[in-house]
Design a protein. Structure first.
Length: 81
């Protein structure tokens, strides 16, 4: 089961680096107790991030991913009258 450690939004690169460092350090601390999940860092767009412990990432590893925005096709459809 994935455990979200931190979700945050940043305005600057400095904030991003600081928030990621703190969240990953805390995730490392939490991961040691279970020893069966690794750290997954997900970027949701330009300024939103999630740091989580995931069973899909091997213990002792950190994986980064970019979550692509999903566009709801119904919102994009134009109705003509």
């Amino acid at each position: 089961m994935t455990e979200i450690i931190s979700q945050f939004r940043v305005l600057t690169r400095t904030q991003m680096e600081q928030q990621l460092n703190v969240a990953v350090l805390f995730a490392q601390y939490r991961a040691v107790h279970g020893r069966h999940r690794g750290i997954l860092v997900t970027r949701h767009g330009y300024s939103d991030f999630t740091v989580a412990l995931s069973p899909d990432v091997p213990y002792g590893s950190t994986r980064e991913q970019y979550a692509e925005e999903r566009i709801d096709s119904k919102q994009d459809e134009q109705k003509t009258v």
